[in-house]
Write a protein that binds this ligand. Structure first.
Ligand code: SF4
Length: 362
């Protein structure tokens, strides 16, 4: 590792910030040694803030109907070959009950932008989950809606919202989405959500078509400015029934490197080791945790619909019963020295929350 790369990582860890030029230099400096040092610093910060706890979110993919048409996504509306499904509110509540019995205290409702689930139906669903499980957090990941809808769902008890910004560069955004979907509206949604008091997650794919280091630097600067509570980062994986079918997948190494950088930029951030990481490498989620991640999201959706929620090809989908999968995940994390905890797993602090984090802390 060069002395310059080490100095950049030290500066990032100490100041929780780098300028654009230095971020570009750090991205270009990625070697095995540099990554190892970055991960060491990121783990130290993560241990100081969250210890060795791993927060678990029960993921419920409740609908794969979508009116959106993102070019990278397997369930985009133009994919006539996708086999569509939609869980009823009763089925969603069953998934929550099953997750609760396993010790999960956060449920993530993730779906396409499904017009059947109107603002009112979503509101009723959130209310029903919070009534059944008042000690649990509800996270929504259901795309772009009006500020009024977000306000009503927050009022009904929704705690968190995940909405990846995808890319902070408007030109790049335009290459991944049809003209009807704009970065401006995506950012409007994110700002509304934050303003309404949600814990908000943004994020992006690594290695998406047309992405450059400049795009990644802009993503990192946006994240630092926006100060989200969560950041979802996973590798781009092509889906064969999309316009990007022949594009190469994003790299595991760069995804892990970015996880490490984000942990240093925002020490208290909730950072998932995503399913996509586990898809491109059998030990991807473990490697994600060792790079600074502190959240995993096992799937609680009924086994018979999981295969249909194919955002990208070969998505990790064990078909195991939820209980078995949970035990297996617990064992995997214990093997690398971490533990899944029974907790809502709320956000702990802002970017400047020192929590005793100092140079070289372990
Ligand atoms: S990424 Fe989301 S909004 Fe875009 S097509 Fe897929 S499910 Fe729909």
């Amino acid at each position: 590792m060069s002395r310059a790369a080490r100095a950049l990582i030290d500066e990032l860890a100490d100041r929780q910030a780098l300028n654009r030029q230095d971020l570009l230099a750090l991205l270009a400096a990625r070697t095995e040694d540099t990554a190892a040092y970055l991960f060491e610093r990121a783990r130290a910060v993560r241990h100081a803030v969250y210890g060795r706890d791993i927060y678990v979110r029960g993921l419920i993919e409740y609908t794969n109907h979508c009116s959106g048409d993102c070019y990278y996504c397997g369930i985009r509306r133009s994919n006539g070959q996708a086999e569509r499904y939609r869980l009823s509110p009763a089925q969603v509540l069953q998934c929550c009950a099953q997750g609760y019995a396993l010790g999960l205290r956060t449920f993530v409702l993730q779906g396409g932008e499904d017009i059947y689930y109107t603002d009112e139906r979503m509101e009723a669903l959130v209310r029903a989950i919070k009534t059944a499980h008042p000690d649990c957090a509800v996270t929504l990941s259901v795309g772009e809606r009006s500020r009024e809808a977000y306000a009503a769902w927050r009022q009904a008890g929704a705690d968190r919202y995940l909405l990846r910004h995808e890319t902070a560069n408007a030109t790049h955004y335009g290459k991944l989405h049809p003209p009807s979907q704009t970065l401006a509206n995506r950012l409007r949604c994110l700002h509304d959500l934050k303003d309404l008091g949600y814990q908000v997650g943004c994020g992006f794919m690594v290695g998406s078509p047309y992405q450059t280091h400049e795009c990644l630097a802009d993503d990192l600067l946006f994240i630092r400015r926006f100060e989200p509570h969560m950041v979802g980062i996973g590798p781009f994986i092509p889906h064969r029934q999309t316009p990007f079918a022949r594009e190469p997948a994003g790299s595991l190494g760069m995804t892990l490197y970015l996880l490490g950088i984000v942990r240093l930029l925002l020490p208290g951030v909730l950072l998932p080791a995503t399913t996509a990481l586990g898809t491109i490498d059998p030990l991807g989620r473990e490697k994600g945790v060792l790079a600074g991640a502190n959240v995993v999201m096992p799937n609680l959706s009924p086994a018979d619909v999981r295969e249909k929620y194919m955002l990208y090809d070969n998505k990790l989908c064990t078909g195991d019963e939820a209980a078995q999968a949970h035990e297996q995940l617990q064992r995997r994390m214990q093997r690398i020295g971490y533990r899944l905890v029974v907790s809502r797993g709320d956000y702990i602090g802002g970017p400047a929350c020192a929590h005793g984090v100092g140079s070289g802390g372990a």
